[in-house]
Design a protein around this ligand. Structure first.
Ligand code: ASP
Length: 437
């Protein structure tokens, strides 16, 4: 059994947190590959080292003196080294960083030092080998992750290493310069290492005990999802639920490696397992609820629309030409509605309306703004009768008016459109009817 363990910034923010991480790793022989983030926040208004690095580099880029900023960063690492009683000096590393900042090595290089240095400390603390991610994770000339080259090189390297620390968040360009993934990208590194190292499990350690059935800002103490499929997770993340970087799913999903979200501050909690498929019966009919506000519905009406070939295409083409992606498109016989994001649509509203008038000559176009979409997701829905009925009677009892209903053909989700002002009430009503009983 082999595992990759990735630790997020809050799990590595101080020596105290490092000690918890050390205990977790030492408690299980199979935790062979460790992917650390940069030190995160120690308290709520603290600054993440990644943000300190971006700030410091911005000063360097302007040609100004950045010694104060760099000192602040060095102090964060020294505090950890001291707290762990390590005989390790980062003086030489910081000299190199200072020199490279002066030579304007780039914003990505700057940000990547957060995980690079944390990786050196982690390897020293655990007695594991350190692998610089710039040597094993690659981007192509367009700046896209080069999966093929990475997998080949990293696989060979990991075959030679029984235990290693591979810092998260960065790799290198074809010219050898450093490039980072987008923010939160250490999750992606964990997934890449899991695939190349052919591990059995990718443990992603963070500061929550897994995915929650609903947003804790809306529901008090929501239940943790014990098991979720990649498909369900995709539906929920799309609708705004976040814990894991979106791109972290693909490498492990392809390789069929499960991800286990765990809590560094509560290692006894089982967390959430993310799997490709499962026969594990879900605890509740629904796996999770997520949603977002800020949509507009463009309602188009025209007599005999249904028999007018090409009507839908012409309408969608107008959105396409204006660079607007549509979210949902429920339709009636002589009506069609396009749901779009309000922030994208607002600036182009009049062009789009004029375009629709010109191309399809509708009887009317009405706009309805301040809408929210809610996704009720669950693999259990397929096998259960009456799920939709239960949702809608719960919403009716809570006096929420449903503006739109869309059930995906996979029967994995039901999407409901409501007024933004009913958003929280609707989520509470749905949660209560499935989970609280
Ligand atoms: N340290 C980087 C960030 O703050 C990457 C990560 O933590 O995953 O975004």
């Amino acid at each position: 059994m082999k595992k990759v363990v990735k630790f997020g910034g809050s799990s590595l923010a101080s020596a105290e947190q490092f000690k918890k991480v050390g205990n977790i790793i030492r408690a299980d022989e199979s935790r062979k590959y460790v992917v650390p983030s940069a030190p995160g926040k120690r308290f709520s208004d603290d600054t993440k080292v990644t943000d300190m690095l971006y700030g410091c580099y911005a000063v360097a880029e302007m040609g100004k003196d950045f010694s104060k900023e760099l000192k602040g960063i060095k102090a964060r690492y020294e505090e950890i080294i001291k707290g762990l009683n390590l005989k390790l000096s980062l003086d030489e590393e910081f000299k190199t960083i200072e020199k490279n900042f002066k030579e304007k090595a780039g914003k990505d290089y700057a940000a990547s030092r957060g995980e690079y240095l944390n990786g050196i400390i982690m390897a020293n603390y655990l007695g594991y080998n350190f692998i610089d991610s710039a040597e094993v994770i690659f981007f192509d000339a367009e700046g896209n992750f080069d999966a093929e080259k990475t997998n080949k090189v990293l696989k060979e390297r990991l075959q030679r290493e029984n235990r290693a620390v591979i810092p998260g968040f960065y790799g290198s360009n074809p010219d050898g310069t450093v490039r980072t993934f987008s923010r939160g990208g250490s999750d992606v590194t964990g997934s890449i290492v899991a695939k190349a190292g052919k591990v059995d499990l990718y443990e992603n350690w963070t500061d929550v005990s897994g995915f929650l059935v609903a947003d804790p800002r809306i529901i008090d103490n929501p239940k943790v999802i014990t098991m979720i499929t990649y498909k369900e997770l995709r539906e929920l993340s799309y609708m705004g639920a976040t814990v894991l970087h979106e791109d972290a799913i693909f490498p492990v999903r392809q390789a069929g490696i499960p991800i286990n979200i765990r809590n560094t501050n509560a290692p006894e909690d089982a967390g959430t397992m993310i799997v490709k498929s499962t026969c594990h019966t879900p605890e509740y009919v629904i796996t999770g609820i997520a949603g977002t506000k800020g949509f507009v519905a463009v309602n188009i009406e025209k007599d005999m629309m249904n028999s007018e070939i090409g009507f839908g295409r012409k309408v969608l083409e107008i959105f396409e030409k204006n660079g607007i992606s549509f979210e949902h498109m429920p339709s009636g016989i002589d009506t069609m509605t396009i749901f779009v994001e309000q922030k994208d649509f607002e600036g182009k509203e009049q062009q789009i309306i004029a375009g629709i008038e010109r191309e399809v000559e509708p009887d009317s176009i009405e706009l309805e703004s301040e809408l929210a979409l809610i996704a009720v997701v669950g693999r259990g829905m397929k096998a259960t009768r009456g799920t939709a009925g239960k949702i809608f009677s719960a919403l009716a009892n809570a006096k929420v008016n449903v503006k739109m209903i869309d059930q995906g053909s996979s029967e994995l989700n039901i999407i409901i459109g409501v007024s933004s002002c009913d958003f929280e009430t609707a989520i509470k009503a749905i949660y209560d009817v499935f989970v609280q009983e």
